[in-house]
Structures are given as structure tokens and as C-alpha cells.
Design a protein around this ligand. Structure first.
Ligand SMILES: Cc1cc2nc3c(=O)[nH]c(=O)nc-3n(C[C@H](O)[C@H](O)[C@H](O)COP(=O)(O)OP(=O)(O)OC[C@H]3O[C@@H](n4cnc5c(N)ncnc54)[C@H](O)[C@@H]3O)c2cc1C
Length: 273
């Protein structure tokens, strides 16, 4: 049964500082951004949390700007914001490609990059992009700020190092070189969660990351170093198949995912020659 909204409490901070103080002093408290993931649980009656912190009005967390040579993307930037940003289009076009494939227009207008990261689904479409970009996540609490490399953020299936008193503030993207490539495979073009999603950059050592094939998004170090040393794409596909750990679930079988991931690798290699 749908969770009764009357049972829920919503705190409305007017600034980031106020939000961080509420997180320190008013636990338990769950941050709310675009609410597209949380709303699903509300609708299915599986929502355990009762007290929420509304981040949506904290406009400073929506900013996309250059800080020196680093592209800084506010955690509240929506998929629509990402797709409309000239900076993101120029520096990280595969993030725009991923944003355009999330859900449908309504979800793109509300869903945020921060929510996609913290929700920690292995099928999150922006996650392979951030893995190959070697992004840094900026986490802030009332006590201070820390920077966590994206690849160290997840500790297991839907688990991360984010503490209950912290918010994800922004995502930092360092300068990147080499052609970028992104492909999502789902049941249909819109409103479909990925069966397999891959992002890659053809730099001197190629960077390849895949979602929906393991408990968290994964980089493929063995496949990457094989290709960097001039190894064949046929052997790279075999290495990739051993390097991922897909499961059978309602969206797909493990075997299908292995085959599709290997095919995507070949397409990446062919299309970025
Ligand atoms: C119909 C539909 C289709 C969808 N299709 C796709 C798809 O194709 N691809 C895909 O990847 N996802 C998809 N999603 C999932 C969803 O839209 C994304 O994960 C979205 O980016 C979540 O962002 P949000 O702002 O809505 O997060 P919310 O639902 O507000 O929050 C999600 C989680 O993140 C936490 N959180 C959010 N922001 C912060 C922050 N700044 N700091 C700390 N914690 C935070 C919240 O506490 C919560 O645990 C779909 C969802 C729906 C409903």
C-alpha cells in the first residue's frame, strides 16, 4: 500500500549551511533532491524513512562551472541542466549522452546527478561516465569537506562511504583527452533501466567502465591494460567476460549481459579508431 504522506516530516533549509546543521542535529534525516528514486518507494509502500530534508531549493548546488581546469558540477544539476550545459557538452559529451537516455523528459527535469550517484544503483546511467572520467566527489558536513575519488565511493551493492551527516555537494571532472564513447542497452529507448551500460575513453591507456554487470559500477583494469599493450580485441572481449560478474534478474540474464558487454567493447574499439 502507498505510504501515507501525512506520516512524513519534511524539513526545509534555506541555505546549505542550514541544511548541514539540520543533518548534524536532527537525525534521522534523509536528503531529498529530485525525489525520483524516493518517490518509487513511497508509491510501492516500501519507504522506511519518515523524516526528510528538502535540498531542491538550494540553488547554489545546481551550478555548473569551471574551477581552474576542473569542471565542477553541482550535485543538484538535473539531467536537463547537464544536457543544456555548453561546458558539459564540450568537456564531457558522454555525460550529456547518458543524461539524454535517463527515463523520460519528466524524470530528466527532476532527477539529479547527485541522486543518481548516492542512490548507488549499479544500473545508474551516469556512473560509468564518472568512473572513466575519474571524477572526484565533494562531500560536506557541518564539520568540514572531504574529496573522495569516484572509484572509492562505493563499498558494495548500494553502499557507499557517504555518512548520514554529509551531503554530496558537487562532482569534479579533471581535464580529459581522447575520444569519448557511451552506449546504453535497455529494453527500449526511453523509460528503461539499463541491461548493460558502458562508457569509455580512448586515451593512451583506454578507460572502460560498465554498469549493470556487478554489484557496483566497475572499471575493467585487465581489459584496459590488454588493449593498451596492443592486444587483440578478440582476446580483450574474453578478458572482459571474465572481469565482470553479472547476475540473472528480471531485466536480463547474466549470459546475455556478458555477451552484450563484449559486443559493446568491440563497437567502442571500432568506432573510436
Ligand atoms: C520512471 C523512472 C525512470 C528512471 N529511469 C532511469 C534511467 O533510465 N537511468 C537511471 O540511471 N536512472 C533512472 N531512474 C532513477 C532516477 O531518476 C535517478 O537515479 C535520479 O538521478 C535520482 O535523482 P533524484 O534527484 O531524483 O534523487 P532522490 O530520489 O531525491 O534521492 C535518491 C537518493 O539519493 C540521496 N541524495 C540525493 N541527493 C543527495 C545529495 N546531494 N547528498 C546526499 N544524498 C543525496 C537521497 O537521500 C536518496 O537516498 C528512473 C526513475 C524513474 C522514476
Amino acid at each position: 500500500m502507498r505510504t501515507a504522506v501525512s506520516q512524513l516530516q519534511l524539513l526545509e533549509p534555506h541555505s546549505l549551511k542550514e541544511a548541514l546543521i539540520m543533518l548534524r542535529d536532527e537525525q534521522p534525516l534523509t536528503p531529498l533532491a529530485g525525489c525520483t528514486d524516493i518517490y518509487v518507494n513511497l508509491n510501492f509502500g516500501t519507504l522506511r524513512e519518515r523524516r526528510f530534508l528538502n535540498l531542491w531549493n538550494l540553488g547554489s548546488l545546481r551550478r555548473i562551472a569551471m574551477r581552474g581546469k576542473t569542471l565542477s558540477i553541482g550535485a543538484l544539476a538535473t539531467y536537463t541542466d547537464l544536457a543544456r550545459s555548453r561546458l558539459v557538452c564540450r568537456r564531457l559529451p558522454i555525460l550529456v549522452a547518458a543524461a539524454r537516455e535517463v527515463g523520460g523528459v519528466q524524470v530528466q527535469n527532476r532527477g539529479t546527478i547527485g541522486g543518481n550517484i548516492v542512490n548507488a544503483s549499479p544500473a545508474g546511467d551516469t556512473l560509468p561516465v564518472l568512473a572513466v572520467a575519474e571524477a572526484t566527489l565533494v562531500l560536506q558536513s557541518a564539520g568540514g569537506t572531504r574529496r573522495v575519488p569516484f572509484l572509492s565511493f562505493y563499498t558494495g551493492y548500494r553502499k557507499s562511504v557517504l555518512r548520514a551527516d554529509e551531503l554530496l555537494i558537487s562532482v569534479e571532472i579533471p581535464p580529459l583527452s581522447g575520444p569519448q564513447w557511451f552506449r546504453k542497452v535497455g529494453t527500449r529507448a526511453a523509460q528503461a533501466i539499463s541491461k548493460v551500460v558502458m562508457a569509455a575513453i580512448r586515451s593512451k591507456t583506454p578507460r572502460i567502465a560498465v554498469g549493470s554487470v556487478a554489484p557496483t559500477v566497475v572499471r575493467l583494469p585487465l581489459t584496459e591494460s590488454h588493449l593498451a599493450s596492443g592486444g587483440s580485441i578478440g582476446e580483450a572481449k574474453r578478458i572482459l567476460a571474465a572481469e565482470i560478474a553479472p547476475i540473472d534478474d528480471l531485466r536480463s540474464t547474466a549470459e546475455y549481459r556478458r555477451q552484450v558487454a563484449a559486443n559493446l567493447l568491440e563497437r567502442f574499439w571500432r568506432e573510436t579508431k
